[in-house]
Design a protein around this ligand. Structure first.
Ligand code: FAD
Length: 466
């Protein structure tokens, strides 16, 4: 057994690396180790570079509207390396009735756009007097009840683009807790949003115009972020790769962790692993209300086309389930960030699978390429054959926050009181985006620094959901 440290962090994805970075930079003398099952860090963040094309197996970028992630980039010297695509310049599309329709970036702008018939727009106002649904309504039931069925394809696109999920299974309390709280407090989402806007005090001299954030990545791809955070760690000293954790236990305030490379002990234990791994490791300590949560996997089919091919302007399109297509949507990667394809070439990535179509992940690479290309050519004016194709199989799955997820969250929130020094963060617990991971990781490190529980983040209402 290695000598006890202050903190053991399990998992070297962005969550675990963020906690490690913050402990290193703001908690002088604090001894920690990061234990990672795989032979590299970064978790689901994987960039694929081949023949001059750069594609992503996991996340493509994150919005620059989060203080914690901006600070993290500055602290680790990555701010000057970022490449940004302002959302204001890059539209997205939804496929509706076999046609690509440009969609604005915020729910209010979607409502004002001519996408929805006038009658359906008026129906949205019924939110003002519709009583909140009790229990844990699914996203689809909730949207239909509050705003009417005309908005369902847009909700579908939002949750396809974020969770690769199924709005008939995801629950509104889990995926939009801030909006649901506003609804329950004010009896209506619109009334809640108006009250929130009124109560927001504008600092003296503040600009009145709402600025849109930018999508952020790096010239080499998203992998640069975990790579940089890892460069401050040392394998065998405070980072242990190929070091899967098989069991955890807590005795007399000290955590003991069993791994493939021996056991480790510490006063604090950070679980920064996928939700289901956390549930598995915790089950002998404290029985969770659910043994596991559902997950969604995506396969990315990458296409490069040569000179003469072009993409419509924008970031790409999403496809609601009712369109009955093979893919979930396509990202116009070479439009998003420069340098994703050789000169005069284009790159796009088509996403397949998700919560509703896990069976499609079982298809061969050849079949995936054939069906995905057929789908794309039906939607985009792309001629000829690709000069480059690659199927990227998933490294990780997206947690699905469905029925009973709030009970799981409450159970997790109760654990630190029973097991001091325990901190549970990572993919799915308090959001699923990179900014959520960095925010949560920073909070965990701060709590450790002050010897406190990390507590639950206040549910926020986001201006932009995808
Ligand atoms: C296909 C896909 C696309 C995405 N796109 C976006 C996007 O465009 N924008 C965005 O903001 N977010 C996106 N996300 C979400 C984003 O990638 C995640 O929020 C984030 O990467 C999760 O980081 P994490 O460290 O919490 O989890 P993970 O990346 O899952 O890391 C967990 C780590 O724990 C390790 N581990 C597991 N079990 C053990 C064990 N027993 N012992 C030791 N280590 C263990 C794993 O090997 C892994 O390294 C996407 C996710 C996926 C899957």
């Amino acid at each position: 057994m290695t000598s006890p440290t202050n903190t053991v962090i399990i998992g070297a994805g962005l969550s675990g690396l963020t906690v490690a970075h913050k402990l290193r930079t703001s908690c002088y003398g604090h001894r920690f180790v990061v234990l990672e099952k795989g032979d590299s860090t970064g978790g689901v963040i994987r960039s694929h570079r081949e023949q001059g094309f750069i594609a992503e197996n996991g996340p493509h970028g994150f919005l620059d509207n989060c203080v914690e992630s901006r600070t993290l980039l500055e602290e680790c010297g990555l701010e000057s390396e970022t490449i940004k695509s302002p959302l204001i310049n890059f539209v997205r599309y939804v496929l509706l009735d076999d046609e690509l329709k440009m969609i604005p970036q915020t729910p209010l702008k979607i409502l004002l756009a001519p996408l929805i018939p006038v009658g359906a727009k008026l129906r949205v106002l019924a939110d003002l007097w519709k009583k909140p649904l009790g229990g844990q309504p699914t996203v689809a039931n909730w949207v239909n009840h509050r705003f009417g069925k005309a908005l369902l394809p847009f909700a579908d696109a939002v949750f396809t683009g974020t969770y690769a999920g199924d709005p008939d299974r995801l629950t509104i309390d889990s995926v939009m807790p801030g909006l649901r709280t506003l609804e329950l407090q004010h009896g209506s989402v619109i009334r809640g949003l108006l009250a929130k806007a009124r109560s927001r005090k504008k600092p003296a001299g503040a600009a009145t115009k709402l600025t849109m954030p930018s999508m952020t990545s790096f010239p080499q791809g998203m992998e640069r972020l975990p790579q940089k955070l890892t460069s401050y760690l040392q394998e065998g000293s405070n980072l242990f790769l190929n070091c899967g954790v098989s069991a955890i236990d807590c005795r007399d305030g000290i955590w003991k962790v069993e791994t493939e490379r021996g056991s480790f002990s510490a006063e604090n234990l950070v679980l920064a692993v996928p939700t289901n791994t956390a549930l598995h490791l915790l089950k002998d300590l404290d029985r969770p209300p659910l043994p596991a949560i559902p997950e969604a996997e995506i396969v990315t089919v990458v296409f490069g086309f040569g000179p003469g091919s072009s993409l419509p302007p924008g970031f790409g399109y999403l496809i609601p389930e009712r369109e009955q297509r093979f893919s979930l949507g396509t990202l116009f990667s070479s439009n998003m960030f420069p340098g994703r394809a050789p000169a005069n070439h284009i790159l796009f990535e088509t996403l397949v699978g998700g919560r509703r179509h896990p069976e499609r992940l079982l298809l061969s690479d050849e079949a995936l390429i054939e069906h995905a290309l057929e789908d794309v050519k039906d939607v985009l004016p792309i001629q000829g054959e690709p000069v480059y194709t690659r199927v990227l199989r998933p490294w990780g799955a997206i947690p699905q926050l469905e029925m009973h997820y709030p009970q799981l969250l409450s159970w997790r929130d109760g654990l630190p009181a029973k097991y001091p020094g325990l901190h549970i963060c990572g993919f799915g617990w308090e959001g699923i985006g990179l900014n959520d991971m960095m925010k949560h990781g920073v909070r965990v490190a701060e709590a450790i620094r002050h010897g406190e529980e990390s507590g639950r983040r206040r549910a926020e209402v986001k201006g932009i959901y995808f």
